[in-house]
Write a protein that binds this ligand. Structure first.
Ligand SMILES: Cc1cc2nc3c(=O)[nH]c(=O)nc-3n(C[C@H](O)[C@H](O)[C@H](O)COP(=O)(O)O)c2cc1C
Length: 149
């Protein structure tokens, strides 16, 4: 089974998760429903979150931390995030965002630390805190989803 677990406050990450799910033909599940999942049945696990202060959201961090060591052994894993569009930022904020880095890479590292086989990490752009997504991001997310399978 291919599974996408995501968190989202303003629905931008949710839209991206659904587009990736379409591309990868994967089941899409909100983080609040992730506890009941049977990880054993997964062949590909994709986890996504808004970038908040350079990190995944608290529910996503808690989910990742709670995974037992080696829980993802033999499974392919990928991470994604939504984030501020860099080109829309002034120099100072651009530098801060770059220094903080982004949630997707941190998610992938965490999945890898639980035994997962890292496939890819990707970021998708919002034009403001509550969105909307930058034009073309839904299509890019579908394409990224296709590239994972
Ligand atoms: C408290 C807060 C902190 C944020 N920190 C960052 C950040 O460090 N880097 C970044 O690129 N975007 C940052 N953002 C922008 C979020 O990534 C953006 O709101 C998110 O992509 C929206 O996704 P959602 O609609 O799924 O909630 C921040 C937003 C909020 C509200």
């Amino acid at each position: 089974m291919k599974t996408i677990i995501y968190d989202s406050a303003f629905e931008n990450t949710e839209k991206i998760a659904k587009a990736i799910g379409e591309g990868a033909d994967a089941k899409v599940i909100h983080i609040k429903d992730a506890q009941s999942l049977d990880i054993k049945t997964m062949e590909l696990l994709i986890v996504g979150s808004p970038t908040l202060g350079g990190r995944p959201s608290k529910p996503v961090q808690d989910f990742l931390n709670a995974l037992p060591a080696d829980a993802l052994k033999g499974k392919r894993v990928a991470g994604f995030d939504t984030r501020f569009e860099e080109s829309a930022q002034g120099f100072g904020l651009k530098l801060i965002l770059k220094t903080f880095k982004y949630a997707g890479e941190k998610i992938l590292k965490s999945l890898e630390s639980k035994g997962g086989q890292a496939v890819s990490a990707e970021g998708f752009y919002v034009t403001g805190k509550e969105g909307p997504l930058k034009e073309g991001e839904i299509e890019r997310a579908k394409e990224w989803g296709r590239s994972l399978v």
